[in-house]
Design a protein around this ligand. Structure first.
Ligand code: AQP
Length: 327
């Protein structure tokens, strides 16, 4: 079976973009692959984060992975910092990554903004840690949202560079797996920006734990336009984003959706979208609450996941050290 690896940062409540762009796809194909899914807490410290929040978010995210349908029988689910080989490989790969490559990473530019003096070196090296995460498990496929395309490309370049430098296939060359539906969910406030969990405005995103009233409010105030035509139209990114979400939830074609809402206004469409969202999220929330209230079971699943992946990670680190002549 092909190996799949992916992860999410435990930085905040995860949102609809993380679900539609990533987790839902992991769940859909989990029985076809050999899956490794990580809660990437080492990535979460690249920007300041409160220790209690980091601790709690890590457990919340693990519970959400499982509540969304990841099955421990098909997947190894674990916390990145429980497997020290991630940090170890990341350092080694840093020494093989040209600064020029990192200078081209658009996510760093967006997240660092103008703050080049105090922003951490960790944020700059984030793509190298991510490359290490993927390469440690000899990954074939990386199911992610469209925003991570550039980082997976860098991972491929790095793996190819390392293999050819030592003339040995130390790393499997991974491929990004980006599905069309839900690959880029946009902010509800500013539909030209991606939906992001670090957005200071909570109305810009729907979290997986939002209750029906909150979902209704957020969808109700989501940015649209004055045309009042329920059609996919790149010139009207607000309604197009909402329609894209609706499409990802229903699996209907553009034409079917436009036909269903022909002659209807944004109010009718927003009510239907709210209904679909509540329908999708309610069962996830119910399972989430069961899991988060049984911490010993959750901790045991995470420990088991880390115990299962550690030997694979160690094997790769040993191969890397051998190639380089370390130790
Ligand atoms: N808006 C999005 N649409 C589709 N997919 C998305 N992803 C993130 N935002 C969207 C996908 O979710 C996975 C996990 O993302 P992450 O938390 O590891 O990193 P991120 O890309 O930095 O996510 P956020 O939500 O923007 O978090 P913050 O605000 O903390 O940086 C990835 O597969 C990503 O593609």
């Amino acid at each position: 079976k092909k190996r799949v690896f992916s992860g999410i940062q435990p930085t905040n409540n995860i949102h609809l973009g993380n679900y539609l762009g990533a987790i839902r796809n992991w769940v859909e194909t989990q029985d076809q692959y050999d899956n490794v899914f990580c809660i990437v807490d080492l990535h979460a410290i690249t920007l300041p984060i409160d220790p209690k929040d980091l601790h709690n978010n890590t457990r919340k995210l693990a519970a959400l992975y499982l509540a969304c349908g990841l099955d421990a029988a098909h997947c190894k689910v674990f916390v990145q910092s429980h497997v020290h080989q991630h940090a170890e490989l990341s350092w080694i790969l840093n020494c093989f990554t040209p600064m020029g490559w990192l200078n081209r990473m658009t996510q760093f530019k967006t997240k660092a903004g103008d703050d080049m003096e105090t922003v951490s070196a960790g944020l700059y090296c984030y793509p190298v840690l991510m490359a290490g995460d993927i390469l440690l498990y000899q990954t074939d496929l990386v199911p992610v949202g469209d925003d991570q395309r550039q980082h997976v490309e860098l991972t491929r370049d790095l793996a190819q560079r390392f293999n050819s430098l030592y003339n040995k296939p130390v790393f499997t060359i991974p491929k990004a797996d980006i599905r069309a539906a839900g690959a880029r969910v946009m902010s509800l406030e500013d539909p030209t920006k991606k939906m992001s969990k670090s957005d200071p405005n909570p109305n810009a995103y729907i979290t997986l734990l939002d209750d029906p009233k909150t979902i209704k409010k957020k969808i109700g105030r989501a940015t649209t336009d004055s045309e009042r035509l329920v059609t996919f139209d790149p010139a009207r990114p607000g309604i197009t984003n909402l329609l894209t979400i609706y499409q990802a939830l229903t699996g209907q074609s553009n034409q079917e959706i436009e036909a269903d809402f022909a002659g209807k206004g944004y109010g009718d469409f927003k009510a239907a979208l709210t209904e679909r969202l509540v329908e999708t999220l309610s069962p996830i929330q119910q399972r989430y609450h069961e899991l988060i209230n049984d911490m010993p079971t959750l901790e045991a699943i995470l420990k088991q996941g880390a115990d299962e992946v550690r030997p694979m990670a160690e094997h790769t680190v040993q191969e890397v050290k051998k190639a380089i002549g370390l130790g």
